[in-house]
Design a protein around this ligand. Structure first.
Ligand SMILES: Nc1nc2c(ncn2[C@@H]2O[C@H](COP(=O)(O)OP(=O)(O)OP(=O)(O)O)[C@@H](O)[C@H]2O)c(=O)[nH]1
Length: 359
């Protein structure tokens, strides 16, 4: 069962943004007492005594012969594969979750793709989420000039805003607005010297850790993307009546110049599975590199149960059928985080595609 797989958290954030400081705090917390920590490269701060004392074979692994997102992705696969026997005692695995800290310049996308699609990993692990640290003292400039930093922010499930103690309050406000525009559905909170309750950044995946049942609304970040205003719904319903059915209505919070859009397309009518697959394949092949994340819950024609999809750029995790609909709402919802692809483009393309094939 997916919920019994070992969760893997990806901790990313630009150079010096506070990743190791955060990790030093986290490993002291009971929730991470049995975590396997994989570090791409020791940074400026280095790991403090507590974390170091778990080295070398006690569940902190350093992978420093290259960058995880490019040259040593294969090493990550073998590290996770071997971890089962390497970190076990008397045949019992000794870790219950994994945290991977990337270097500051890493592109999270290929790492997430590896975690979602490589069979030896997906048999035992489940990608839980991307946590990104944002240095409030210089993130504005970093986001302007470093595409990796922008991508780290756009792909995050949770944004941790560090060094607020050193930043101007007005600059903090402005940055929070900017981050809200880049990635409205990620959770966002300020963290002082890495101090954060672990539960806010663990279990960001589909399954609620307490009930073990899927929490689709939280996972999709629906509230942030859909709770805009009643006006949209009125407009969309009228639009639907006029055009008869399945049209993708879209909600968009983004009006900014970061070239990143986050939006949700909602479709009222059950969808033809192969048509939707074809359309998604088409989008991935046309502009996969700019489809930073796709998440969705789908009502597919002929299926009683909802299907959940999750993709990063060109890669899609195999769809998962949920045991039941999470609520009375049976609409399909597709959440996109894109670069230079406005929602209108995808909404119109999907409408046109479905229209032309269903006529
Ligand atoms: N004042 C202040 N300093 C912080 C805070 N968080 C981290 N720092 C400091 O910021 C510096 C960089 O922190 P690191 O944890 O090394 O950042 P990193 O992201 O791991 O850095 P790299 O691995 O080099 O990319 C260190 O000097 C930390 O002590 C904070 O909330 N407030």
């Amino acid at each position: 069962m997916p919920e019994s797989l070992i969760p893997v958290t990806l901790l990313t954030g630009f150079l010096g943004s506070g990743k190791t400081t955060l990790l030093n705090h986290l490993v002291r917390q009971p929730e991470l007492a049995d975590a396997l920590v994989i570090i791409n490269e020791f940074g400026e701060v280095g790991l403090d005594h507590l974390l170091m004392s778990r080295l070398p074979d006690d569940s902190v692994v350093e992978m420093s012969s290259g960058c995880l997102c490019c040259t040593i992705r294969g090493d990550l696969v073998s590290t996770l594969k071997d971890a089962h026997w390497r970190f076990s005692r008397a045949g019992e695995r000794r870790f219950d979750r994994v945290v991977i800290e990337t270097t500051g310049l890493a592109d999270p996308a290929p790492i997430v793709q590896t975690l979602m699609t490589v069979g030896v990993i997906t048999r035992r692990y489940r990608f839980d989420g991307v946590v990104t640290t944002i240095d409030l003292t210089n993130a504005d400039r970093t986001l302007d000039t470093q595409p990796e930093a922008l991508k780290q922010a756009a792909m995050a499930d949770c944004l941790l805003l560090t060094k607020a103690d050193l930043a101007e309050p007005t600059a903090v406000k402005a940055l929070e607005q900017r981050l809200l525009a880049i990635n409205p559905s990620a959770c966002r909170l300020q963290v002082h010297n890495g101090v954060v309750a672990p539960r806010t950044l663990l279990e960001l995946g589909l399954y609620d850790p307490a009930t073990k049942i899927p929490d689709v609304a939280r996972w999709l970040g629906e509230e942030a993307l859909l709770g805009v205003s009643g006006d949209h719904d009125a407009h969309d319903s009228a639009h639907d009546q006029e055009h008869g059915g399945h049209h993708a209505h879209a909600h968009d919070l983004n009006r900014h110049d970061d070239h990143i859009s986050a939006f949700c397309l909602v479709l009222d009518e059950p969808l033809d599975e192969s048509l939707l697959d074809t359309w998604l394949d088409l989008q991935r092949s046309l502009s996969g590199k700019d489809m930073l994340r796709i998440k969705g819950i789908l009502n597919l024609r002929g299926r009683e149960r909802p299907v959940v999809i999750h993709g990063v750029q060109h890669i899609q995790h195999p769809p998962v059928e949920l045991p039941a609909w999470p609520s009375e709402d049976r609409r399909s919802k597709l959440v996109f985080i894109t670069r230079d692809i406005p929602r209108e483009t995808l909404a119109q393309s999907l409408d046109a595609f479905l229209d032309s094939w269903q006529r």
